[in-house]
Design a protein around this ligand. Structure first.
Ligand code: ATP
Length: 270
C-alpha cells in the first residue's frame, strides 16, 4: 500500500472523463452524483440514498479515482482516510481521527468521505492483523460503525470505502444501513485498456509509430495504475534518450520496466 496524503475537504477537479472504462460502475455511482447535487429533490420524494458504498477490486483499478470523480462531478468536498494510517497508533487515536473526520465532513455537507484500504481497520475479528494492538483496530472500527449508525441520509454525507479484500471484512461493516451497496471493479479488458491509454497519452508528445490499440494489445492483465505508470515511464525514457517525441520503442521499454517492477513486488509479497 502506498502512502497517500490525507485529504480534508479538498475540492477535486477529477471528473468521469478521467475515469476510462468502468462504464457500469460509473453508471451505478451516478445516482450519488445526482443526490449530492440536489439532495432536496430526493428528500422531497422520501427517497433513501445509501450512505455507505463499498468499492471492491484489485489494486490500481481506479477505486480512489472513481471516488474522487464522484466528488468532482457533484462539486462537493472530498475527505479521505486510509486504513493503513492507523497502524501503530496508540489506543484511542484512531477513533478520535474517525470522529474528527466525520464531524468535519458533516459541517461541509453535502460531502464525501472516502476510506481507502478499509480491510486494515475492518478485518473480521480473529483474522491476522498488521496492527500493533488489536484493541486499537477494534476501537477504530467501533467508532466507524458508530458514525455510520449515528446519522441518516439527511446528513448528506456519503461514505465510499475501498478494498481489494472484500472476503475478509467484518460482517458488521456489511449490515444494512452500513456498507450494504457494493460496486465491483475489474481489471480492464482490451477495449478498456485502450480507453485508459488514451486518457494517459493525451498530455504526451507522441511519435507517429505509437497508438493506443498497439499498447492495449501488449498489456493484458495490466491495471489502470500500471498503464498510467507505463505512460509516465515512456516519457521519462524518451527524455533520457533526448528524443523530440515518445516512440514505440520507448513504450516497449517502459512496459518491460513496469513488468520488472511488478515481478519484484510479487517476490516481496510471496
Ligand atoms: P489501490 O487499491 O492500490 O488503492 P485504486 O483502485 O484505488 O488502487 P487508483 O488509486 O484509483 O486505484 O488508481 C491509481 C492511478 O491509476 C489513478 O490515479 C489513475 O492515474 C490510474 N487509473 C486507474 N484506473 C484508471 C481508469 N479506469 N482510468 C484512468 N486512469 C486510471
Amino acid at each position: 500500500s502506498k502512502a497517500r496524503i490525507l485529504e480534508q475537504g479538498t475540492e477535486t477537479r477529477v471528473t468521469f472523463k478521467d475515469v476510462a472504462g468502468l462504464e457500469e460502475a460509473k453508471e451505478e455511482i451516478y445516482e450519488l452524483v445526482k443526490f449530492l447535487k440536489d439532495p432536496e429533490k430526493f428528500e422531497r420524494l422520501g427517497a433513501k440514498i445509501p450512505k455507505g458504498i463499498l468499492l471492491l477490486g484489485p489494486p490500481g483499478t481506479g477505486k480512489t479515482l472513481l471516488a474522487k470523480a464522484v466528488a468532482g462531478e457533484a462539486g462537493v468536498p472530498f475527505f479521505s482516510l486510509s486504513g493503513s494510517e492507523f497502524i501503530e497508533m496508540f489506543v484511542g487515536v484512531g477513533a478520535a481521527r474517525v470522529r474528527d473526520l466525520f464531524s468535519k465532513a458533516k459541517l461541509r455537507a453535502p460531502s464525501i468521505i472516502f476510506i481507502d484500504e478499509i480491510d486494515t481497520i475492518g478485518r473480521a475479528r480473529g483474522s491476522s492483523t498488521i496492527f500493533q494492538s488489536n484493541d486499537e483496530r477494534e476501537s477504530t472500527l467501533n467508532q466507524l460503525l458508530a458514525e455510520l449508525d449515528g446519522f441518516d441520509t439527511n446528513t448528506r454525507v456519503i461514505i465510499l470505502a475501498a478494498t481489494n479484500r472484500g472476503d475478509i471484512l467484518d460482517p458488521a461493516l456489511l449490515r444494512p444501513g452500513r456498507f450494504d451497496r457494493h460496486i465491483q471493479l475489474e481489471l480492464p479488458n482490451l477495449t478498456e485498456r485502450k480507453a485508459i491509454f488514451k486518457v494517459h497519452m493525451k498530455p504526451l508528445k507522441l511519435g507517429p509509430d505509437v497508438n493506443e490499440e498497439l499498447l492495449a494489445a501488449q498489456t493484458p492483465g495490466f491495471s489502470g495504475a500500471d498503464i498510467a505508470n507505463i505512460c509516465n515511464e515512456a516519457a521519462l525514457i524518451a527524455a533520457q534518450r533526448e528524443k523530440e517525441a515518445i516512440h514505440r520503442q520507448d513504450f516497449m521499454d517502459a512496459i518491460d520496466r513496469v513488468i520488472g517492477g511488478l515481478e519484484k513486488r510479487s517476490k516481496i509479497i510471496t
